[in-house]
Design a protein around this ligand. Structure first.
Ligand SMILES: Nc1nc2c(c(=O)[nH]1)N[C@H]1C(S)=C(S)[C@@H](COP(=O)(O)OP(=O)(O)OC[C@H]3O[C@@H](n4cnc5c(=O)[nH]c(N)nc54)[C@H](O)[C@@H]3O)O[C@H]1N2
Ligand SMILES: Nc1nc2c(c(=O)[nH]1)N[C@H]1C(S)=C(S)[C@@H](COP(=O)(O)OP(=O)(O)OC[C@H]3O[C@@H](n4cnc5c(=O)[nH]c(N)nc54)[C@H](O)[C@@H]3O)O[C@H]1N2
Ligand code: SF4
Ligand SMILES: [Mo]
Length: 660
């Protein structure tokens, strides 16, 4: 029997592999034996006909792909990088990469090629949470664990559909509910998660800042905040208090779409609950004011002192399996490595560690800026930007202008494949090994369960080949994922709160290592938490007579994003629909649309076809389309949060027509 870990979501469930079968790992602390449909079907995705099994090349994206050897393809990439100014080279990584893959790509890009254009799809996912955590508590640090729900009295889920997106955690929430945990769900859709709520708040999309501000204001006005804690541990209280004196309370409540009774019922439960956890995901992060939404939420925990105490805290529910590990190594273009930025001291420490003089102090392009960055070489690894970036027609135009697009993927059927020149076959989950950090800081290890397909290579090895081609053989002298992990582990000592020296690579699949368990205070320089006054500036795209609906997008339980690993003949039979558009019965009636009708959904930027699902789960004037519809981003707008540069995926104005 081999122990490993699921490679899908941030819960990070342990798996056991025995005689060609996967089951949950009972001893693994996070999941105690359960897995969801994606976890158990990991094996199926190894053996599909859609695997990419050989390197491919074409001169122009008009041509057909031809097979090419590894040597020739790496040579072509290396030559092009050598001829290109470093600021015109970009690495587009993924929160699904293993830590070793991430580390080596980051070291190559930032440390040796000397470009900070190394970013990741986490930009579209978690970057608002990263910025807000740093501002409010001093570091990108999740200050509690999932198991804290068993010590809590109230769990608030804001813009998070755990029932479909963090399935095994959701099962734990249900268990905790049986033991008395109260649940509040804040979401414009009556999701499967909302069905287990004690209080469901059908908030208007984009108005979370108003709701959290209303809580904070009431806590201050009625002196229900934790005075002692605020005095000792919190900055900016007086400022916030003064600012709140002038906010338009009635207008704020109106913007949330909630009634006074709904708010009062919630507030009563809130103040009566001794231990409170607020968890959130894309409903907050994916917003033009994503950072502010996060800060408004964090304010409530700083005011009440419900942080760094069992059963309490702000719990960002990371989506991808290793988005956390990626952030730890430094996979965002706005950080260097091990949570360091681009200040002189950090650059000096990292340069010394990597033995390099090539690090630039200029933050790089983010994933959401890269395509506009006039790049000559773009290396895309373990992600599908053509599919996932907003305003796809524009993304396609920009991608076409890049002279060399390299796609490293384990499957052939991504959307980016149509825009690449070189495609390199990666070894997927099950054919490789390496570590990942789940959403609450547990570092676990994926094990190799089957032989690596002959022409495929683990992602780290591909970056190593490029590094060697560029003349950095000595600095990239690794013969295994373990070598890389151990170097990274040594590097974490540079940043004391991140020290991972005690992790044992060889036993991580059996005994996960949880880093940061000793951190029990704010990580800001003065060890105090920072309050911020933020306001809802109503910056999302406005609906109009022509585009009267707000489009919400998100997950369905059994599908993983573009579906290269989950939308397979062997799994489809059992699983939920891939493509539908939830629309309220009243709205459908007004448009003459019936359940099952083919419909055309258009925004100012593009049009897609889908099928109407008439349901009261969705509020009037909203529609929901799952992201398993690969065309979804032809519709979405490309407004970005000004600090995190994360897209406003959830709030695009659209219209609907029946296809006749
Ligand atoms: N099955 C499955 N699970 C996954 C994934 C997958 O592809 N498939 N992907 C993983 C990844 S990468 C991620 S990031 C996570 C995402 O995890 P979640 O964010 O929990 O998943 P979404 O379906 O995007 O849900 C976002 C919710 O926010 C709501 N929402 C939209 N706008 C607002 C708003 O303004 N305010 C509030 N309060 N709510 C709003 C939406 O109606 C939706 O229910 O899931 C992870 N888990
Ligand atoms: N409208 C809208 N757009 C969104 C979102 C939304 O909610 N709404 N969510 C955003 C978020 S939160 C996220 S995280 C992104 C996700 O968007 P993507 O990251 O683009 O989605 P995936 O389909 O998970 O892409 C992973 C790719 O890696 C490939 N792959 C699988 N295994 C391996 C491997 O071992 N090695 C390599 N090299 N490749 C492999 C897969 O075949 C696939 O092509 O989408 C973002 N876009
Ligand atoms: S909940 Fe997430 S980590 Fe657990 S089995 Fe499902 S997809 Fe995998
Ligand atoms: Mo994500």
């Amino acid at each position: 029997m081999i122990k490993s870990v699921c490679g899908y979501c941030g819960v990070g469930c342990g798996l056991e592999y025995e005689s060609d079968k996967l089951v949950g790992n009972i001893t693994y602390p996070v999941n105690s034996g359960s897995v969801c449909s994606k976890g158990v079907s990991e094996l199926i995705s190894i053996d599909t006909a859609t695997r990419l099994l050989r390197p491919k090349y074409r001169e122009s994206i008009e041509d057909e792909y031809k097979d090419i050897s590894w040597e020739e393809s790496i040579n072509k990439i290396v030559h092009k990088i050598q001829k290109t100014p470093k600021e015109r080279v970009g690495f587009y990584l993924s929160g699904q990469l293993l830590t070793e893959d991430y580390y080596i790509a980051n070291k190559l890009g930032k440390g040796f090629i000397g470009t900070n254009n190394v970013d990741t799809n986490s930009r579209t996912c978690m970057s608002s949470a990263v910025v807000a955590y740093k501002k409010a508590i001093g570091a990108d640090f999740v200050p509690l664990r999932m198991k804290d729900i068993f010590k809590s009295n109230l769990l608030i889920l804001a813009g998070a559909n755990t029932s479909e997106a963090h399935v095994v955690f959701h099962n734990h929430i249900k268990k905790a509910k049986k033991k008395g945990l109260k649940i509040v769900v804040i979401d414009p859709r009556y999701t499967d998660t909302a069905q287990i709520a004690d209080i469901y708040l059908p908030i208007r999309a984009g108005s979370d800042i108003d709701l959290f501000n209303l809580i904070s204001k009431r806590l201050i006005d009625e002196e229900l905040y934790n005075k002692e804690f605020v005095e000792e541990h919190i900055n900016n209280f007086t400022l916030l208090k003064n600012k709140f004196k002038r906010v338009p309370v009635t207008k704020m409540l109106k913007r949330t779409g909630l009634s006074e009774e709904q708010f009062e019922e919630f507030f009563k439960l809130y103040v009566e609950s001794e231990n409170v956890i607020t968890a959130w995901t894309m409903g907050l992060n994916q917003s033009v004011q994503g950072v502010d939404k996060n800060l408004a939420l964090l304010n409530t925990h700083l005011l009440t002192g419900k942080i760094f105490k069992p059963g309490n805290g702000p719990l960002s529910l990371t989506g991808q399996p290793n988005a956390m590990g990626g952030r730890e190594v430094g996979g965002l273009s706005t950080m260097l490595a091990v949570h360091f930025g681009f200040d002189d001291e950090s650059i000096e420490k990292v340069s010394k560690f990597w033995k390099t003089e090539n690090i630039s102090n200029k933050p790089g392009l983010t994933a959401t800026q890269m395509l506009e960055g006039h790049l000559d070489v773009l290396i895309v690894c373990h992600t599908d930007p053509i599919y996932h970036l907003p305003n796809r027609n524009r993304v396609e135009q920009l991608m076409k202008q890049i002279p060399l697009v390299v796609e490293i993927n384990a499957y052939q059927n991504s959307e980016t494949a149509a825009f690449a020149h070189i495609r390199l076959p990666a070894a997927p989950w099950g054919e490789k090994e390496g570590t990942q950090t789940n959403l609450d800081r547990s570092i676990t290890k994926q094990e190799r369960l089957t032989r690596t397909s002959i022409e495929c290579k683990p992602d780290w090895e591909i970056f190593k080949l490029i590094a060697h081609g560029l003349g950095f053989a000595k600095e990239f002298n690794y013969s295994s994922a373990k070598d890389i992990f151990m170097e990274y582990q040594a590097m974490t000592r540079l940043n004391p709160y991140m020290d991972m020296s005690d992790a044992e690579y060889d036993t991580l699949s059996m005994i996960p290592f949880v880093w940061g368990e000793k951190v029990k205070e704010f990580l800001t320089p003065d060890k105090k938490g920072n309050l911020f006054f933020v306001e809802n500036k109503l910056m999302s795209e406005k609906t109009s007579l022509e585009f009267p609906f707000v489009l919400l997008t998100g997950r369905t339980r059994d599908q993983w994003h573009s579906g290269t690993k989950t939308n397979l003949p062997a799994t489809l039979l059992k699983f939920k629909a891939l493509d539908f558009c939830e629309i309220h019965p009243e709205d459908a009636k007004a448009l003459g649309i019936e359940h099952g009708d083919k419909i055309r959904v258009s925004s100012r930027r593009g049009t897609i076809l889908t099928t109407a699902e008439v349901t009261e789960r969705i509020t009037q004037k909203y529609i929901f389309i799952p992201i398993s519809n690969r065309d979804i981003n032809y519709l979405t707008n490309d407004l970005l949060d000004r600090e995190s540069l994360q897209p406003d995926y959830n709030h695009s104005a659209v219209k609907i027509e029946k296809v006749i």
